[in-house]
Design a protein. Structure first.
Length: 98
């Protein structure tokens, strides 16, 4: 098994855990609270990851186009996650029971 397959399996498992935890959290808190706490946790994790990566690499490679697309990736990731949580709260559709 190549390294790519291992990462693929880890991504699928993580995605499943993420969906389960988000749906389970909605039993106890509202969607807006879920998004707020998710953003707070994301900021903490991203700061830790940034420190580790800068420590290991030394410096970040600066490219305006690459940086813009990386920021758009983060924006759309949060956007999709927000819509997922809002849709799940409004309509408990069987499709969302991944």
């Amino acid at each position: 098994m190549t390294q790519a397959y291992i990462f693929f399996i880890l991504i699928l498992i993580s995605w499943g855990i993420w969906g389960f935890l988000a749906k389970y959290a909605l039993k106890f808190i509202s969607v807006t609270d879920l998004i707020i706490f998710n953003v707070i946790a994301s900021i903490i994790i991203e700061i830790i990851l940034l420190v580790v990566l800068l420590y290991l690499r030394g410096k970040a490679e600066i490219n305006a186009t690459g940086a813009a697309f990386a920021m758009l990736t983060a924006f759309f990731g949060l956007w999709v996650e927000s819509f997922f949580c809002l849709l799940y709260q409004k309509q408990r559709h069987p499709f969302l029971c991944l």
